[in-house]
Design a protein around this ligand. Structure first.
Ligand code: SF4
Length: 226
């Protein structure tokens, strides 16, 4: 029987991206295949759940939420678990939102039909200090294009060439796919925040090729919510 390591399970409002403010249940899966320089998640902590245990926990904490967000870490590291778990939720009438770093299209393919919305991060190497994943992001967006928006985190180090590459990939697939520019939230270990002038310039640059480009910070951090 599949088990997955979960570090947090809670009810809150969506704090990022196109659907900010929506009441949701969040499952934060433990572990990630990346190590972004601005990451504020503890990817080691967590407890193991069976699919049945996790369904029961969701029933226990849900108060009228219509959406369930799978976040992390990287939830697709647990795709075999998700393949068993998500069909068991059908009586709960929850729509499923996947937040992913977009680097494992082959895993997404296995559970694609069980997901309603994908919040797809493109990891700009100048932002993350990680290697580039352009090809993987392109493959992922191709698989998820009908149900995705793309998000990129902008820091003081983000270069316009990386944004251009991301915009090119999106516009070649579908220029109507929304792009969210998310100014990085500073925290104890990371202070390299981008000046707003730079973020707005990036928005202008991206709007030359895409229809819907929005600047949205992490609002849950301002509101001191989880
Ligand atoms: S992909 Fe997300 S969870 Fe993984 S290291 Fe980067 S910011 Fe952290």
């Amino acid at each position: 029987m599949e088990k997955a390591k979960v570090s947090e399970l809670f009810s809150s409002i969506q704090g990022e991206g196109l659907y900010v403010g929506r009441k949701e249940i969040f499952i934060r899966f433990s572990g990630c295949n990346l190590n972004c320089v601005f990451c504020d998640v503890n990817n080691k902590k967590g407890e193991f759940y069976t699919v049945e245990e996790l369904v029961e926990e969701i029933k226990r904490i849900n108060r009228e939420a219509k959406w369930l967000t799978l976040t992390g870490g990287e939830p697709l590291l647990w795709c075999d678990f998700l393949k068993e778990f998500l069909p068991l939720l059908k009586n709960e009438e929850l729509k499923i939102n996947l937040e992913t770093n977009g680097t494992m299209p082959e895993k997404f393919r296995k559970i694609k039909d069980l997901i309603d919305i994908v919040a797809l991060d493109f990891k700009l190497p100048s932002s993350t200090a990680e290697k580039p994943f352009w090809k993987k992001h392109q493959q992922f967006l191709n698989l998820a294009k009908e149900k995705s928006f793309v998000k990129v985190v902008i820091t003081a180090k983000t270069i316009s060439e990386d944004l251009k590459k991301a915009v090119k990939i999106i516009s070649e697939i579908d220029q109507e796919i929304p792009l969210i520019l998310q100014p990085v939230t500073p925290h104890r270990k990371f202070r390299a925040v981008a000046p707003m002038k730079k973020v707005l310039k990036f928005q202008e640059q991206a709007l030359k090729f895409l229809t819907d480009v929005r600047v949205i910070p992490q609002i849950h951090k301002f509101l001191k919510l989880r």
